[in-house]
Unconditional design. Structure first.
Length: 217
């Protein structure tokens, strides 16, 4: 369905043109199947454009989150933002930083025409570190990671809006998101994105927080 919607908007648009992709599911056990279907759809999209899978083109990762319910009793809902460009000429960056409670992974993609992009910041915390005391320090580390990741992409791109997914059962995630907007205002002077907080039941791996931000000129 997503593929058909993209094609309806712009005839030449496919999933290979995705710049940002979020998937919501109500069942944790659906995740492997969702990932398998997504990868198959991506591979088909790439082959349709006569691109070489896994070599000529790098594709944005799909973020899958588990939520309590979806509209119309749906089991899965997919949100994709795409750009009409040459996916094989996009710019990708990825960096992982060790922090006091675990690690922060940042990924950024910029469209080939340098008009838009996306940025993600994921905080991965192992179980024994979930009750750390210095929440302010961790919040600042997330803000610093966001600022560094932003510098990896073209300076003309400005963060517009960000979704911050966090585990509703994790007190650390709750505490971090409470101070995140203030941290952004201090660390990204004049370019702080509007922030939407999204509590979820689960995130990939050991993540307690995942920020996904849209960038444009």
């Amino acid at each position: 369905l997503t593929k058909k919607v993209l094609e309806a908007v712009i005839d030449s648009l496919t999933l290979a043109h995705a710049v940002q992709a979020h998937c919501y599911t109500t069942r944790y056990q659906n995740i492997p199947k969702i990932r398998d279907v997504w990868n198959k759809m991506l591979k088909t999209s790439v082959e349709e454009k006569d691109l070489l899978w896994d070599s000529e083109i790098k594709l944005v990762p799909l973020l899958i989150v588990v939520v309590p319910a979806l509209p119309r009793n749906a089991a899965v809902e997919l949100h994709v933002t795409a750009a009409k460009d040459d996916p094989s000429k996009r710019t990708f960056h990825r960096i992982t930083t060790e922090v006091s409670c675990g690690s922060i992974e940042c990924q950024a993609v910029m469209s080939a025409n340098r008009r838009c992009g996306s940025l993600s910041v994921a905080l991965d915390v192992q179980g024994e570190n979930l009750k750390i005391m210095d929440v302010k320090c961790v919040t600042e580390e997330v803000g610093t990671a966001f600022t560094k990741a932003l510098k990896m992409v073209d300076a003309v791109l400005v963060p517009q809006c960000a979704r911050v997914f966090y585990k509703s059962s994790c007190s650390l995630g709750h505490q971090i998101v409470q101070g995140l907007e203030d941290t952004f205002r201090c660390s990204v002077a004049g370019s702080s994105p509007s922030v939407a907080l999204v509590p979820v039941l689960d995130l990939p791996d050991s993540q307690v927080l995942h920020l996904s931000c849209w960038l444009s000129v």
